[in-house]
Design a protein around this ligand. Sequence first.
Ligand SMILES: NC(=O)c1ccc[n+]([C@@H]2O[C@H](COP(=O)([O-])OP(=O)(O)OC[C@H]3O[C@@H](n4cnc5c(N)ncnc54)[C@H](O)[C@@H]3O)[C@@H](O)[C@H]2O)c1
Length: 423
Amino acid sequence: MHVVVVGQGYVGLPLAVYAAEAGHQVVAYDTDVSKIKQLSVGETYIDDIPPERIRRLVDDGSLHPTAEAQDIEPYEIAVIAVPTPLTDGVPDLSHVESAAVALAQALRPGAAVVLESTTYPGTTRNSVGALLQKHSGLCAGQDFHLGFSPERTDPGNPDWNLTNTPKIVAGIDRASLDALCTFYRTFVNRVVPVSGCEEAEYAKLLENTFRHVNIALINEMATLGHELGIDVWESMEAAATKPFGFMKFTPGPGVGGHCLPVDPQYLSWHSRRTLGRRSRFIELADEINADRPLHVVRRITQALNDRKKAVNGAGVLLLGLSYKKNIQDTRESPTVRVVRELVRLGADVRVADPHVPLDAEIPGIPTHQVKRVDCEPSTLAASDVTVLLTDHDRFDYADIATHSAYVLDCRRRLQTLEHVEYL
Ligand SMILES: NC(=O)c1ccc[n+]([C@@H]2O[C@H](COP(=O)([O-])OP(=O)(O)OC[C@H]3O[C@@H](n4cnc5c(N)ncnc54)[C@H](O)[C@@H]3O)[C@@H](O)[C@H]2O)c1
């Protein structure tokens, strides 16, 4: 099939690659010229997609990266995988809307358009569908197919990928559902058909809200346990032996990435706007998870105080800039908030992350405030406090344990030692 994938980020690029490998002709469209330049020469910017896979597809012509909307020719399937951020705390659909307008000019009878971006219920039908109709003169359902299929990508997860993760697919009608299921079945092992787009949109918000709320719960349990003098990690492992009715979540320095800090707020906003009702679980989870980086700073302050030192002037080495292990994505990373707060308090902050290039710009931290270093014995030994925020496999944990004066381990990666404390 002739396929267009709009947006070549964490969701769109893997999808374009899997679709091209399945034998489709894929136009990989993104407005970010630098990304398209990289793809065109077979380079990658996503850890899970190695450059060889891109190079092979670009060379044999099945993957055509472009930053020009005019290169979008009539297609059979178009997938929208663009960001759905919050702007001033409110859902911002401008990327989705401009993607729909770009696709409308090449929309022909019989084609299908599917939205993969996470959003509030009704977006597929009321925003994407309406714009496609307005700018193409065609009618959704009658002339073209339309649907929603949420992405479940888990960057850095070596076990679950696009092919072996079941994929929810919904259409505005039976024909749309059938057309989209046929497409996804060419590279996904198990497609889960859902009868309505709104139900599928809601399912994605449910998945992310479930994680957000449960992480908040375990974070709060961890804080309470610590203050009660209980080893919460041991309690957690013990509870996790229950074979039913319990699911293990681990405490940490906060949530990051494009999903958890953002998606539940789409639901919260939608419910306030449509029903005039607050979503109390989401608000509470936001509050608890957003406080975690400050909780880390409070624990650092406490540890320094126990050693008769002040934060002001202390050398603090933070390990991990990305929001989760083994990836380079720093969006909404809790480390950013920890850096800012420590800098405000006068600490001498250094950050090591083997996945994030030393010269990368980190949104939220002015370049002069982040001293980027490698995690080496001398750097560890020169710091008053080492804080393990992201437990990348590439860190040398023996070095960290041996050469640090004190470690605050936010991931329980190190063994119990006198100079190691867990968050
Ligand atoms: N990253 C994840 O783990 C993940 C998981 C599931 C769902 N999602 C959802 O998928 C969507 C995309 O997320 P992402 O992480 O891939 O974002 P991303 O920022 O990595 O990639 C989005 C890309 O879209 C491009 N873009 C923006 N507007 C465009 C336009 N009008 N036309 C063409 N390209 C455009 C951007 O330049 C960017 O390269 C979001 O709604 C997100 O919530 C993300």
